[in-house]
Design a protein around this ligand. Structure first.
Ligand code: 0O2
Length: 251
């Protein structure tokens, strides 16, 4: 019984091969943006109630990318739950970049506020954050993801090896992930930020204090923040050493 169902599926897949190839070349985002070269302007940030249908369709595209990445990560979390003593993933969160944040970033980059520019120039509209216990876990999880055949790496920014001048540390990956819609496949860009619990503590609290709030900190305050980042880095290094002594990170 099972075999015949499998045969049926295989046969129908063979029949669909040509169809599949044709559909894979269609790109959701191109369908949404139309072939017309007409620029579609971003909806106004002051009128959130009236966000255009087209904008919402594009956001659905990014949400689908997030869902795909979260599914991948959730499978890993469950696998580690069953097969390991501990989990290299502490928690996962995600967000679609807000319209305000999108327009601010585009203004900062001097880009026209159109959907075409948004799609072409911003690769962090879909964002997933993965918090791991140890530094080695960050690279371990990142490696698993980038080695999956439906994931293509566009960019890697290693702010752990090269922290930002203000002390920000994290590993950023921009990936293109395959997403299957009802009648075609698209590649969706997703930014994945991977960091330790200590890095996350620093980034979250620093964000609360000032990030993008146009608050000007005095050099002394900036030095304090940098100092806190160094403390976090020291704690991470010590925890990593302990983990290695207990052989908990030799997956
Ligand atoms: P949101 O929507 O608030 O999360 P690029 O994309 O290369 O043109 P960008 O945007 O500076 O330039 O990229 P980068 O350096 O990879 O940083 C993108 C994201 O990393 C930010 O998203 C933050 O989430 C995080 N980040 C970067 N620097 C800092 C920092 O100093 N402090 C904190 N707390 N987070 C940081 P956004 O743009 O804020 O978008």
């Amino acid at each position: 019984m099972k075999k015949s169902i499998i045969n049926q599926i295989e046969n129908s897949l063979e029949e669909d091969d040509d169809e599949e190839e044709r559909k894979e070349s269609d790109d959701y985002i191109e369908i949404i943006l139309d072939e017309t070269k007409e620029e579609i302007y971003l909806p106004s940030t002051v009128d959130f109630q009236d966000v255009s249908a087209k904008y919402q369709q594009i956001m659905f595209f990014y949400e689908s990318g997030i869902n795909q990445v979260i599914a991948k990560l959730q499978i890993l979390v469950n696998e580690f739950k069953f097969c390991n003593d501990r989990n290299p993933i502490d928690n996962i969160s995600s967000r679609v970049k807000s319209l305000e944040s999108i327009t601010n970033k585009m203004k900062r980059k001097g880009l026209p506020l159109t959907m075409n520019y948004m799609v072409k120039e911003l690769h962090d509209i879909a964002g997933v954050r993965v918090v791991c216990p140890f530094i080695s876990d960050v690279y371990y999880v990142a490696n698993i993801l980038v080695n999956q055949h439906d994931v293509e790496v566009l960019e890697i920014k290693d702010y752990i090896k090269n922290p930002k001048p203000n002390g920000y540390r994290s590993l950023h990956l921009i990936i293109m992930v395959d997403v299957y819609f009802s009648d075609h496949k698209s590649q969706v860009p997703v930014e994945i930020q991977l960091r330790t619990i200590a890095m996350n503590f620093w980034a979250s609290t620093e964000h609360q204090l000032r990030y993008k709030k146009d608050r000007k900190f005095t050099p002394a305050m900036q030095e304090e923040l940098l100092d806190c980042s160094r403390l976090m880095a020291e704690a991470d290094a010590k925890m990593q050493k302990l983990a290695e002594q207990f052989s908990v990170t030799d997956e």
